[in-house]
Design a protein around this ligand. Structure first.
Ligand SMILES: C[S@@+](CC[C@H](N)C(=O)[O-])C[C@H]1O[C@@H](n2cnc3c(N)ncnc32)[C@H](O)[C@@H]1O
Length: 165
C-alpha cells in the first residue's frame, strides 16, 4: 500500500517525471519483447523437413506464456503454408489466454491448434503415434518430475529429421 501511495504521489506531484519514467518503462518492455522475438526466431530453422503436401506438425510442451510459441509459429509460417500445433499446458488460466491470442491474432490463422490441458507427465502417458517435425519445451524442463524421461518421450515423438528445442 505504501508503495502504491508513493507511485501515486509521483503521478500527482510530478506528472512530468512520471511521464518520463513511464516512457522509459514502456521502451524497456518493447526492447525485451523484441529481444525475445529475435531469440526464438533464431532458434527455429528456416525450413523444417516435411513430407510433400503434409502439414507441418509442432508439439509445444509447457507453452504457457504463448509469446514464445507465437514467435516460433510466425517464423514457420514464412515457409510453410499451414501448421498443426499441439499445445500441452497444465495451467487453465494460461491455456485460456493462449486460446484468446489464437482467436484474435489473424497472422496465426493458418495454425490448427490442438489444445491439451495436461502436464507433460499426463500427456506422455497417453499412447499416440503422431510424430512431430518440431518439438519444443522452452523453460519447462526444470518443472517436470523427470527431465530425462521427458526428453526421451519428446525424442520418441520426433519425426525423422525433426528438430527438438
Ligand atoms: C517459464 S514458463 C515457459 C513458457 C514458454 N514455454 C516460454 O518459453 O515462454 C513454464 C511453463 O511450463 C508449464 N509447466 C509447469 N509444469 C509443467 C509440467 N509438469 N508439464 C508441462 N508444462 C508444465 C507452466 O504452466 C508454464 O506455462
Amino acid at each position: 500500500m505504501a508503495g502504491r501511495t508513493k507511485v501515486g504521489m509521483l503521478n500527482n506531484d510530478s506528472p512530468v517525471h512520471y511521464a518520463a519514467c513511464f516512457k522509459v518503462f514502456l521502451t524497456a518492455l518493447e526492447t525485451t519483447k523484441e529481444k525475445s522475438r529475435q531469440f526464438f526466431e533464431s532458434k527455429v530453422p528456416d525450413s523444417l523437413l516435411c513430407e510433400p503436401g503434409a502439414e507441418l506438425r509442432v508439439l509445444g510442451i509447457g507453452s504457457g506464456s504463448r509469446e514464445a510459441d507465437s514467435f516460433m509459429l510466425k517464423k514457420l509460417l514464412q515457409r510453410h503454408s499451414s501448421v498443426y500445433n499441439r499445445v500441452v499446458e497444465p495451467s487453465e488460466e494460461l491455456i485460456e489466454e493462449y486460446k484468446a491470442l489464437a482467436r484474435e491474432d489473424a497472422s496465426l490463422g493458418a495454425v490448427n491448434f490442438d489444445w491439451r490441458q495436461q502436464t507433460a507427465e499426463e500427456y506422455f502417458q497417453t499412447k499416440d503415434d503422431t510424430k512431430f517435425h518440431l518439438i519444443h519445451a522452452s523453460h519447462v524442463l526444470y518443472y517436470v518430475e523427470d527431465p530425462d524421461a521427458t526428453l526421451r518421450n519428446m525424442w520418441e515423438q520426433l519425426e525423422d529429421g525433426g528438430y527438438m528445442l
